[in-house]
Design a protein. Structure first.
Length: 180
């Protein structure tokens, strides 16, 4: 008790934290948080979305997204792709958007979060063949300046292999010729 009061006094608190004659309340173990968090369950994938995976094991993982990436499925898509990257030990990620009909801002956030995810993106991340609607969304939001967008899976694999070798494949802003 004296030690508690001394520590509180040292921290600038009240000298008597617990009144004399009173005991500190003990929280029973059943109401405490569990030491090990419960296993995280993957959120369900909506019926309007389908994911297909190909590759991995030291090579880039290709994740083909078909359908609509909206609020109800964006987080689930992000969790599943990141888990597949870790499970297959992928060396980079290629997100194939050729079958994506619609993407909301939640889908854009999921793509940016996947880019930041260090567990599966040792080689980087590229977007392949977005539909015209998705390409327009990437352009007007400026996300196409953060994520590299290419027109074929072969080109994406070559760029990821170059980036794994140390080459700079980050998208750069258009250069103004008036500057040196």
């Amino acid at each position: 008790m004296r030690a508690v009061n001394k520590n509180l006094q040292r921290l600038g608190g009240n000298r008597r934290a617990i009144p004399a004659g009173k005991r500190a309340r003990v929280i029973p173990p059943s109401t405490c948080r569990p030491a090990i968090p419960p296993t995280v369950r993957r959120p369900p994938l909506p019926a309007s979305m389908r994911l297909e995976f190909e590759g991995g094991e030291g090579m880039p993982l290709r994740a083909a997204v078909h359908g609509e990436i909206d609020y109800s499925g964006a987080f689930s898509m992000q969790v599943r792709i990141a888990a597949a990257c870790r499970r297959r030990r992928a060396r980079g990620l290629i997100v194939d958007l050729s079958g994506t009909e619609f993407m909301s801002s939640s889908g854009l956030a999921a793509l940016l979060n996947l880019q930041r995810e260090a567990a599966c993106l040792r080689g980087g991340m590229l977007l392949v063949l977005p539909t015209p609607e998705v390409r327009y969304l990437l352009a007007i939001t400026g996300v196409d300046r953060r994520l590299l967008v290419v027109d074929s899976c072969e080109e994406a694999e070559i760029l990821l292999l170059y980036s794994a070798a140390g080459a700079d494949t980050s998208p750069s802003l258009p250069r103004d010729p008036s500057f040196n």
